[in-house]
Design a protein around this ligand. Structure first.
Ligand code: NI
Length: 171
C-alpha cells in the first residue's frame, strides 16, 4: 500500500483510452488501495487510475465529507448506461490540474454499471454531486479532463492560467 504521485495535465497518460480490467487479482486490489491512499493524501473526493500513471479502467470515489455519508466506492470498468436530459452546472476541480476550477455543465442524474474489485457486477443510480463525480472520473478513463467540457473561450483562459501556475511552480 502506497501513496503514489499524482500526474499533472500535460502527461500523455491522462489523454489515453484506459484499458479494460480483465483480471480481478491481488494486483488490482493493491491498485485500488493505492488509489484510495493517494486520494486521501491529496484530500480529493475522487481519483482515476490514469492519474497515478496506470492506464486501467479503475476509479475510486469518497464523498463522505461532502454530505454524502454513504458514498465510498471503487468501480472497475465503469460506464454510464443512462443519463438524464436535465443538466446542472457546478464548479469542478481535479487533482491533476491543481489551482484551476471552472463551472462544468453535466447531466444531473446518471446510471452507471461496472464491477467491484472482486469482479461482482455493480449498478449505481446517482444524482447531483455523486453523479458529477462519477462522470468526472469516468471521463478520465477516456482521456477527457474537465477543461475539455467548457466553452472554447473559458478553456483558453484556463490553459493560460495553467501555464502561468506551472511556470511559477517550476521557478
Ligand atoms: Ni479529475
Amino acid at each position: 500500500m502506497a501513496v503514489r504521485e499524482i500526474v499533472l495535465m500535460g502527461d500523455p497518460v491522462l489523454r489515453e483510452e484506459a484499458v479494460e480490467v480483465t483480471d480481478f487479482d491481488r494486483a488490482l486490489k493493491t491498485l485500488v488501495r493505492d488509489l484510495y491512499q493517494s486520494m486521501y493524501h491529496a484530500e480529493g473526493v475522487g481519483l482515476a487510475a490514469p492519474q497515478i500513471g496506470i492506464s486501467k479502467r479503475v476509479v475510486v470515489i469518497d464523498l463522505r465529507k461532502d454530505d454524502e455519508p454513504d458514498v465510498r466506492l471503487a468501480l472497475i470498468n465503469p460506464r454510464v448506461v443512462w443519463h438524464s436530459d436535465e443538466k446542472d452546472k457546478s464548479a469542478e476541480g481535479c487533482l491533476s490540474i491543481p489551482g484551476l476550477e471552472e463551472v462544468v455543465q453535466r447531466p444531473s442524474d446518471v446510471h452507471v454499471e461496472g464491477m467491484d474489485p472482486d469482479g461482482q457486477p455493480v449498478r449505481v443510480e446517482a444524482q447531483d454531486l455523486f453523479a458529477r463525480a462519477l462522470q468526472h472520473e469516468i471521463d478520465h478513463l477516456d482521456g477527457i479532463l474537465f477543461v475539455d467540457r467548457v466553452s472554447g473561450l473559458k478553456r483558453r483562459m484556463l490553459m493560460k492560467k495553467w501555464k502561468k501556475l506551472r511556470a511559477e511552480a517550476e521557478s
